[in-house]
Design a protein around this ligand. Sequence first.
Ligand code: AMP
Ligand code: GLY
Length: 419
Amino acid sequence: MKVLVIGGGAREHALCRSLSLDPDVTELHCAPGNAGIAQVARLHPVDQLDGHAVADLASSLGVDLVVVGPEAPLVAGVADAVRARAIPVFGPSGEAAQLEGSKAFAKDVMAAAGVPTARSYVCTTAEEAAAALDAFGAPYVVKDDGLAAGKGVVVTDDREAALAHAASCERVVIEEFLDGPEVSLFAITDGTTVVPLQPAQDFKRAYDGDEGPNTGGMGAYSPLPWADPKLVEETLEAVLQPTVDELHRRGTPFSGLLYAGLAITSRGVRVIEFNARFGDPETQVVLGRLKTPLAGVLYAAATGRLGELAPLRWSDGAAVTVVIAAEGYPAAPRSGDPIEGLAEAEAEDGSTYVLHAGTRLGAAGEVLSAGGRVLSVTGVGQDIAEARDRAYDAVGRIALAGSHHRSDIALKAAGPDRS
Ligand code: AMP
Ligand code: GLY
């Protein structure tokens, strides 16, 4: 099978790494890719938001499957453009991707499908926002309605800050605060059949102890030793399947990866958000544990045959990933610095590996930082403690001037109370 992956972050590197290890994959292409992906796939310069350009590339390469990684091309309808050429594509249509592209749309789908989520108001004026904030009380949760790369949400006890964020957005969703640990659960779907993956936890704040601003994600681990063993099955029944069924009913079936961001509250599981693509950095740990070759799974979803797929096989072990971020991330990341120690950080037996997020090759072939989140350093092991030790050992071998990373990724989950 010839596969083309669209995107160029650590998620796409994780996808490309798994695809490159799949014996069914004979050719692997990525556009635009990054310096790490270049080691496993042929890169093509393309504007990933240009559906026609992506479809042209897929046709000229004669690929059997296109996998669209990031949300921006999905919301822009890139999967539609590829599908219009009768090339199988893993990724939802632009309309179905509104599940991520508009928080108000997602709330409407959830209400129609009876999916449990935070109560909310959609507000466009300062008066509406103030009334909604007062209806729920502190802590206040204010979300930009549109795509904001994980940075459009403000959670604060400060009413003035909440109002200011609302004023800075055209349309906001203001909702009740959900208390409880967060879980990311991904499912692969062809629009009808839904196959959940293993749950993971993401660390969204920039600094240790969940301090600092929200980021795209500073690390992740899987499995979740503290989670109820019935979590996946219950979320499939209460959240994932009803959402997929509702979009099918509306005539805009969702095929691709449905990402449910969940809060495990005292009153049960609640959806915090949906995304229309693999999450980053959770993908790095979820795919690190998937034993079933990936290409066939994505192809089955792209061709409406997921119901025929054998149950997925998973490693019993664990995976932990730690993000190395550039100096100044998330406010004003610095780029263009050389990265040392990449080869030393990778174990030959595959127990540690480095996934590139924001990197590019310099003129002399050296790897340079080229983004806020630069690397996602992953360790796998028999349990979380082992995977974590390996990931941090690998992080310690890498040098990038001014970079920072959290030192507490999966720390509690690796400890005796495994919380
Ligand atoms: P989102 O972009 O919707 O995932 O929001 C980003 C982060 O804000 C989430 O991962 C949560 O940590 C936090 N958040 C969002 N909505 C809520 C909520 N209703 N209650 C508590 N925290 C929330
Ligand atoms: N891990 C958060 C996201 O991918 O949106």
